[in-house]
Design a protein around this ligand. Structure first.
Ligand SMILES: [Zn+2]
Ligand SMILES: [Zn+2]
Length: 414
């Protein structure tokens, strides 16, 4: 049991660390132990170690370490992609020679598909253009979405790329380019997840989630079959006919007898919740009609609302547009009907600027609309179908009974 337990503990430790790394800064987990742990691991403990190094080596060690971490974090390099690929290849190399001869034809066919798909979607996620914005395609990306006048205001220029930032885009400091509807920069694909490859990324998560769950369940059921052929009174779940010590002893015999398949099944079982968690989070963001980047912006806005610094007023969709700052036409069937402004002093903004009427102070995120939320199905189509046509477009006259127009825009769901 020694080696299996060591592997399990290492994998559990790494999974937990990765979980804290990924989820620790999520707005949804703010004020939870995960966020506190994130602060300790990435703030308090490093500060303590720097202070110690100051005394011991005069900060020589931290300076060279900082250079290394800076390279690892702020430059593009395929380290994590290689790590991810080695885990896949290595796991399958250890697992399949024991498992394959015991698998039924049905499981062989299903297994081959489940094994193949993560490679296909990893390749597509890495190779597809995430939506890098260039002077040539700038006008196209300006016409995908309208500015919502809440988290994306017209007239913001990217100083590095030298053009107006299209709505929902963001400059990625690692790729050093602006990316259309940027979700986040992902180290597992060594690139950004954006308008161009979001669908491949979701499918990569889905196929990896299935691979880990399938690998774990199949591995444990094959092991269980092997064990019961030797110990017929043993059963995987629930433990029957014997006390827990004997149950575990027989388990450890089974694992040691098939240590490769056992270790990989355990690895799959322990990493599976992490992958499923990432998948559920990604789908939840799509359900809300937002991206990781935008959820951080909303979260900042929510904090400002708590402090009474955010104001809102009406805006007519038929307002005159400054065509130098925003596209006259977008593919999106809706247009902003509110202006959201944050002030530094908590006083309402002056009478000028976009929008009309009096400014209302906003205390709650639920009182504002999210222009980019069209309902789960349309949001999903927007991720999966390039240039998805929503039917109604702004230049067509509004139909009296157009349900879509009555349905949206939705108030914020988060
Ligand atoms: Zn840029
Ligand atoms: Zn990037």
């Amino acid at each position: 049991m020694g080696i299996v337990r060591t592997i399990a503990l290492i994998v559990l430790g790494i999974s937990f660390f990765v979980f804290v790394l990924f989820f620790g800064r999520l707005p949804a987990l703010r004020r939870t132990p995960i966020a506190t742990l994130h602060k300790w691991v990435f703030l308090h403990i490093p500060h303590g170690l720097v202070a110690l190094d100051e005394v011991v080596t005069g900060r020589r060690l931290t300076r060279s370490l900082a250079r290394f971490i800076d390279y690892m974090i702020h430059d593009r390099h395929p380290t994590i992609v290689i790590f991810f690929l080695s885990l896949l290849v290595g796991g399958e190399y250890l697992y399949l020679p024991s498992a394959w001869p015991m698998m039924s034809t049905w499981h062989r066919v299903a297994g081959a598909i489940v094994i193949l798909l993560p490679y296909v979607f990893l390749y597509l996620s890495v190779m597809a253009d995430p939506g890098y914005i260039t002077p040539e395609n700038h006008a196209y990306y300006m016409s995908l979405y309208p500015y919502d006048y809440s988290i994306f205001h017209p007239g913001q220029e990217c100083r590095t790329c030298g053009f107006l930032k299209p709505p929902r885009s963001k400059h990625c400091s690692i790729c050093k380019r602006c990316v259309a509807r940027l979700d986040h920069h992902c180290i597992f694909i060594n690139g950004c997840v954006g308008y161009g490859n979001h669908r491949w990324f979701v499918l990569l998560l889905l196929s990896t989630a299935f691979l880990t769950a399938y690998g774990a369940l199949l591995g444990f059921s094959l092991l269980s079959n092997l064990i019961t052929s030797r110990y017929p009174d043993w059963s995987l779940w629930p433990p029957r006919n014997m006390d827990i010590t004997r149950y575990l002893l027989i388990w450890s015999w089974g694992l040691q007898d098939n240590v490769n398949m056992g270790a990989v099944s355990l690895l799959a079982a322990l990493t599976s919740p992490l992958v499923w968690g990432l998948l559920v989070y990604t789908v939840w963001l799509i359900y809300c009609g937002t991206t990781t980047n935008e959820s951080l912006k909303w979260s900042d806005l929510r904090d400002d609302m708590d402090d009474g610094l955010v104001f809102k007023r009406r805006m007519s969709p038929d307002r005159p547009r400054d065509t130098r700052l925003e596209s006259t036409w977008t593919r999106w069937p809706l247009d902003a009907q509110q202006v959201l402004v944050r002030t530094d002093d908590g006083m309402p903004p002056g009478p000028g600027g976009p929008g009309e009427g009096a400014w209302d102070r906003v205390w709650n995120i639920r009182g504002v609309e999210n222009l980019y939320d069209m309902g789960f199905w349309d949001n999903l189509m927007d991720v999966f179908v390039r240039d998805y046509s929503f039917g109604a477009s702004r230049e067509q006259p509004a139909v009296e009974n157009d349900t879509r127009r009555r349905k949206a825009p939705k108030t914020s769901r988060f």
